[in-house]
Design a protein around this ligand. Structure first.
Ligand SMILES: [Zn+2]
Length: 285
């Protein structure tokens, strides 16, 4: 599942290749996009903006159309120079946008729709710009209010809720809870305002750090004291708890636990020692 930092990097790369340049070709396997393009050809328009909104990628064209795509589990945008060989099979192609230098290919993009600024503002599934942790317009105070307004939900579930914070995926969820010493099953109503604000600040910091490092899809929240001489092939080597069930906690040595959590049945990892429940109760891992 691409997390907010992955979408952000995709948006940044697409922006560098496409912003300000005229589109030469637009193609899609989606009938609604094809029809939009027939009525209002995108070829000849320029790309004005490319931005991430949580897990949505928005491409705004000079004619006013905004292509919103959601990558869900397997969707990817690749950029190629003309004539370069695609790294995924042609039948996975859903959208192609070209300019004189580059070709952007949306592979297995399961959700793609055309919006106007107006329909985008009215859309409740695509997060608002000020909810996006990686956007300069992110409003931490408003995010804190939204988080505190869900006192009966667990902190892990609320962190994943894109209407509260846009950008946190399942890996970051467990990592943010660990870094803040919060048991993932704690109801947000048991958090102090300071604890909740710290969790939000941490989410922003971890996502931003991962946008800066050129780590591909590998998420880095933990850095070993020892320099690695060989390339780490284990993606969990750079994480505190995610994917480390049964391994010793990097802080205290207690064994990391794992459990399926929430209505969406997402896997959660935590250290029972570093992330205790305030009342001393525990959840079987
Ligand atoms: Zn621990």
């Amino acid at each position: 599942m691409p997390e907010g930092d992955t979408i952000f990097r995709t948006a940044r790369t697409l922006g560098r290749a496409f912003i300000g340049k005229p589109v030469t070709v637009f193609r899609s396997t989606y009938p609604l996009l094809t029809r939009f393009n027939d009525d209002t050809p995108l070829a000849g328009q320029t790309v004005d903006r490319v931005e991430a909104r949580g897990k949505w990628l928005l491409i705004a064209f000079s004619g006013g159309g905004i292509l919103a795509s959601h990558l869900l589990m397997n969707g990817r945008w690749h950029i190629y120079r003309h004539g370069e060989r695609w790294q995924l099979p042609r039948f996975h192609m859903r959208i192609v946008i070209e300019n004189s230098d580059y070709q952007a290919v949306g592979f297995r993009v399961p959700v793609a729709e055309m919006h106007t600024a107006r329909s985008l503002a009215q859309n409740t599934r695509i997060p608002r710009i000020e909810n996006d942790l990686l956007n300069a317009e992110f409003d931490a105070e408003a995010a804190l209010e939204r988080l505190m307004a869900r006192p009966d939900e667990t902190i892990a579930d609320v962190l994943l809720d894109q209407e509260v914070l846009a950008g946190v995926g399942n890996v970051f969820k467990s990592e943010i809870c660990f870094v803040n010493g919060l048991h993932p099953y704690r109801k947000t109503g048991t958090l102090t305002r300071d604890e909740a604000a710290a969790a939000i600040a941490c989410a922003q910091r971890l996502l931003k750090a991962n946008v800066l490092v050129d780590s591909g899809d590998t998420i880095v929240t933990y850095r070993s004291q020892q320099r690695r001489t060989t390339h780490a092939s284990d993606p969990t080597a750079s994480l505190w708890v995610y994917g480390r069930a049964g391994d010793p906690c990097r802080r205290c040595g207690e064994l990391i636990r794992r459990r399926i959590q929430g209505t969406d049945a997402r896997v959660t990892f935590w250290c029972p020692q570093c992330q205790p429940m305030p009342d001393g109760s525990d959840v079987d891992g």
